[in-house]
Design a protein around this ligand. Structure first.
Ligand code: 25A
Ligand code: L14
Length: 342
């Protein structure tokens, strides 16, 4: 059969979650050649129906023997589920694209952003698993890759403004409920986050480590080095949860090895894969979370030279954390897999 007419059996583990639902959407929007779609989640969701290409499909329980006949398994059910079930899926012959942090820093498992290091996908053969990076790292590297290729990046200082949807469906509900309670003059309860998230900013994403950073911050450091294949690159991050539903925003400051002007950066990014340049401040045009929601591109703007150092650039980078930050990136990896490897 010619490559273009082949179809594949695809499983989505964590199908009922915020990212799992987006995976179904992205498979449909990008016309992924799906033969059978198998939806897997926890016991409590078994029998629940989700719609794919106008057809209802019932959710089955995620078990180790749920992967018979599956070619590609997209996982987004949390790190513990990935550790428990992804090796079984790979042993059954599926190639796993895993959204959790469970395998990202495993030297035998490739960590991939298609616009950054697609060649790393070839390493999937060892374990049958490919890791999808952290959402904040993905969008930052989509914006920085063309600059890194051109002049080399020495150091990155990033602060994030992250949407609640990154935590999943329950966090979206929590922000909504707090806003409704506030408007009704009631007191606001919180369960998912350690503090009220409505009308607040929490400098706390994932858990704290001994060095004073959060895990989310160290993901940005370690995953950047792994995908840029450069352990000498300096990265320091502060990750902050803000009361936004969809779309992470990032203030990114870089120091480059060679000088590059802001207009050269704009010209590079205007033609970069996966990037949409939105940089017309005179007309109040810059990347916004409300504009990125539902879109596949990473929006970049506010590009300007850092006048405090010789070779510095500032950028504002925004993307839909559930799409490019998770579901879209995973499906793009699967597209390369079926096109080049399976
Ligand atoms: O460990 P990590 O990598 O840091 O990931 C932690 C969480 O981050 C989300 C995802 O939440 C995950 O649970 N996530 C993962 N990768 C992400 C990424 N790249 C990401 N977010 C952003 N970017 P989620 O709400 O999006 O998805 C949850 C899905 O996981 C299914 N699930 C949970 N436990 C399971 C399971 N599937 C199989 N076996 C299990 N033991 C979950 O199934 C959903 O599909 P569900 O539909 O039955 O769950 C419905 C709601 O109930 C919550 N829930 C489920 N189990 C429990 C639970 N709550 C408390 N205790 C439980 N035991 C789910 O969160 C969901 O809201
Ligand atoms: O992919 O926003 O490692 O709470 C898991 C937690 C993504 C962000 C990951 C959040 C993160 C998510």
């Amino acid at each position: 059969m010619s490559k273009s007419t082949r179809t594949f059996n695809v499983a989505v583990a964590g199908a009922t979650g915020a990212v799992g639902g987006a995976m179904l959407d992205v498979l449909e929007r990008r016309n992924f050649p799906v033969k059978e779609l198998r939806l897997l989640a926890s016991e409590r969701s078994v029998g629940k129906k989700l719609t794919f290409r106008g057809q209802e499909i019932a959710v089955q329980q995620l078990t180790k023997d749920a992967f018979t006949g599956i070619d590609v398994a997209l996982f987004s059910a949390g790190g513990d589920r990935s550790l428990e079930f992804a090796p079984a899926a790979a042993a059954a012959g599926a190639v796993v694209v895993d959204n959790s942090s469970a395998f990202r820093m495993d030297p035998e498992i490739p960590l991939v952003v298609p616009e950054v290091n697609p060649h790393a996908i070839a390493q999937y053969k060892k374990r049958g698993i490919i890791a999808n990076p952290n959402c904040s790292t993905i969008q930052m590297l989509v914006a920085l890759k063309p600059i890194h290729d051109k002049v080399g990046i020495k150091r990155i200082v990033v602060s994030t403004y992250q949407a609640v949807s990154g935590t999943g469906a329950k966090a979206i509900e929590e922000l909504k409920q707090q806003v409704l309670d506030y408007a009704a003059g009631k007191s606001m309860a919180h369960k998912v986050y350690p503090h009220q998230i409505a009308f607040n900013c929490l400098p706390h994403i994932d858990s704290f480590l001994a060095n004073g950073y959060t895990k989310e911050e160290m993901k940005m450091v370690n995953e950047t080095r792994k995908m840029f294949e450069d352990n000498s690159i300096g990265v320091t991050a502060t990750t902050v949860r803000v009361p936004v539903f969809y779309g992470h925003s990032e203030s990114v400051n870089i120091e480059t090895k060679e000088k590059i002007s802001s207009s050269e950066v704009k010209a590079l990014l205007a033609n970069a894969p996966g990037v949409k340049l939105v940089d017309d401040p005179a007309n109040a045009k810059y990347p916004l979370a409300t504009d990125c929601a539902g879109n596949f591109e990473t929006l970049v703007g506010r590009i300007r030279e850092d006048e405090s150092i010789a070779n510095g650039i500032n950028l504002w980078v925004v993307a839909d954390n559930i799409l490019k930050g998770a579901a879209l990136n995973a499906v793009q990896i699967a597209e390369i897999l079926i096109d080049k490897y399976i």
